[in-house]
Design a protein around this ligand. Structure first.
Ligand SMILES: [Zn+2]
Length: 515
């Protein structure tokens, strides 16, 4: 293989102004192999797209990292105005950033004659600098702020969906002083409306479109808008991709001759690209079928292997599932109720009979209003998040002695219940995932043994529905790389937590607390 000398010479001339030529001539993979886009033409367009904001959603084996590293080195080596640039490249954790720097990035630099000569300190882990004046910092997001205090021109966030959203915000402010700021974010997706999926909404949303050789119709595999699903395009039994219109097996040459088509061309200010399982040459249908067979959670297969966001089907709460009764939202009660409180900007409060009938849903303004609600709703047991404002929560517990319990999400193993009362203390420990699972089922069951909410004015009903559905169940790897189920927050979710605390209060009452 290899490029002929004459072809290389011509590409080399174009390299300063052409990202693809630069990648072909100067970049190598960590195995020392030249980059080649003949089997991945969709990457060329991403390399050449100079819009300042990129959000790329990609499946495994998409080569997104090496593509963006190549794009980055082109910009560092050939800034349009010859002013040296500073870049910050992040991974979720410092350990991952260091591993990337030591193993992959160092080898890519060493394998490239140009970069090997330019990089002043190939062994440095946290920062690489170029003899022409550029700097590249590598850092994690779940850490003390390291490189975050350095002003930057280019931010690259790899594995965005596993990164700390709060730290990413801080990084964004580091671009303020730059005259040519760039922000490139990419990741395998996780759940809808979270991370790259949320950012995707603000981009021009390019999907890869090709024409079926059989029926001639244009199509996209596993598009983000779900006008067809990945199961329409991937036949796991026959181990083949199929046309989603006529079901003919897909000819790979047809996919390769496809093109990017923006689904939201009006968002031209930000580039969005979606690389799915049908695109990388390594991601074949038989390989995907094998991975699906081995997958413990089908939604994680869809997220990582297919490249589409997905939630666990059985545990997902949707707005249509939430049931409302005919009773009004109570401000007082003539018999004792139990309650749950999630204090915060608003103190979100849910109270009911503990047996399926929720009687009150209030977003209270301050702790005084909470105390009033304790009295007027005759709360016998209140479970309250004890972490937000511990001194105020303690004060409430003293004021209503024996009736207020402070909860935290510190329980790590589940016994008979998803919560545990700490002996002789006004404290309960809750297992977050098991608790949200259990309470999610109570919402889904509605009138059939679950919870029914009071009739609410339109705006409050909308708010409750949003909070109860603003969590999606998915899976993340723990420190040892084993998948662990979690509920991911995708918007304000305080009433979902208040409902969980209310559920704990209900169960505590059943076994004699507060009586
Ligand atoms: Zn067809």
């Amino acid at each position: 293989m290899g490029l002929a000398n004459e072809a290389l010479r011509r590409l080399n001339l174009r390299a300063p102004t052409d990202e693809v030529a630069f990648a072909l001539v100067h970049m190598r993979t960590e195995r020392g192999v030249r980059l080649d886009f003949t089997q991945a033409p969709y990457l060329s367009a991403i390399l050449r797209d100079r819009r300042p904001t990129h959000c790329t959603i990609a499946c495994a084996q998409s080569r997104k990292t090496v593509t963006y590293v190549s794009k980055l080195f082109h910009l560092l080596r050939h800034p349009a105005d010859d002013t040296p640039r500073t870049a910050i490249y992040t991974f979720p954790t410092v350990a991952k950033a260091q591993e990337f720097s030591k193993a992959r990035l160092k080898r890519m630099i060493q394998a490239s004659p140009l970069l090997h000569e330019d990089v002043a300190d190939v062994d440095a882990v946290g920062v690489k600098t170029g003899r022409s004046g550029w700097a590249l910092y590598l850092d994690g997001t779940f850490s003390e702020l390291g490189a975050t205090s350095t002003p930057a021109d280019i931010l690259v966030h790899d594995e965005l969906n596993r990164s700390d959203p709060a730290t990413l915000q801080v990084y964004a402010s580091r671009l303020r002083a730059s005259h040519d700021p760039r922000r490139w974010l990419f990741s395998t997706p996780s759940v809808p409306r979270f991370g790259v999926s949320a950012l995707w909404e603000e981009t021009d949303q390019n999907e890869w479109v090709w024409q079926c050789g059989q029926c001639g119709r244009e199509q996209t595999f596993a598009p983000m808008d779900r006008h067809v699903t990945w199961r329409d395009g991937l036949d796991l039994q026959a181990e083949t991709f199929r046309c989603c219109h006529c079901a003919a097996p897909v000819d790979r040459a047809r996919v390769l001759s496809g093109r990017w088509v923006p689904q939201k061309p009006e968002n031209a200010h930000a580039a969005g690209y979606h690389i799915t399982a049908i695109m990388p040459p390594e991601s074949t249908a038989p390989r995907l079928a094998k991975a699906f067979g081995e997958a413990i959670q089908p939604e994680v297969f869809a997220q990582e292997q297919v490249g589409i966001d997905e939630v666990s089907g059985t545990q997902h709460v949707t707005a249509e599932m939430i049931r409302f009764g005919e009773w009004a939202n109570a401000l007082s009660a003539d018999r004792p109720l139990v309650g749950g409180l999630d204090p915060g900007g608003k103190h979100d409060f849910i109270a009911g009979d503990g047996k399926g009938k929720v009687l009150a849903v209030h977003r209270l303004g301050d702790w005084g209003a909470v105390a009033n609600a304790m009295s007027s709703l005759r709360i016998s047991v209140l479970v309250c998040d004890g972490a937000y404002d511990p001194s105020k929560a303690q004060e409430l517990a003293r004021q209503f002695s024996g009736r207020v319990f402070l909860a935290d999400y510190s329980l790590e193993t589940v016994g008979r219940r998803f919560w545990e009362h700490v002996h002789n203390q006004r404290r309960v420990r809750v297992h977050r995932t098991a608790g949200l699972d259990y309470c999610g089922r109570r919402i889904i069951q509605g009138g059939d043994g679950g919870d029914v909410f009071p009739a609410l004015p339109y705006e409050q009903e909308r708010e409750l529905k949003a909070h109860l559905t603003n969590m999606a169940r998915t899976s993340v790897d723990d420190a040892k790389g084993r998948p662990r189920p979690v509920w991911q927050k995708i918007g304000p979710d305080h009433l979902r937590h208040a409902h969980l605390y209310y559920t704990v209060a209900s169960e505590m009452t059943e076994i004699g607390f507060g009586g």
